[in-house]
Design a protein. Sequence first.
Length: 118
Amino acid sequence: QVQLVESGGGLVQAGGSLRLSCVGPGRAYSLSAMGWFRQAPGKERELVAGITWSSGNTYYADSVKGRFTISRDNAKNTVYLQMNSLKPEDTAEYYCTASIGGSGYRYWGQGTQVTVSS
């Protein structure tokens, strides 16, 4: 069973920073990519950032470019999301996701809440 374990959410003031971490599945699984989605109340889930596992190519939503950085540690099967200059509109439940064997983002963590106060 594929498990993704997130940590690092919390409450922060606008302009502050948080770092999310997600431990991915074990090496028995062929990871293609990992990423972070978020979902705010009343809104659809949106892809915030993604990273390919072998080459490290990254993707960012326009709303977070220049403020968020996604990175990975292949040895630890872990992906990180460094979030700087946080804004109240970044408030959401953040979900780690994984693509295995090129299947697309089909595997999900339990979610971690990020709340940015103004």
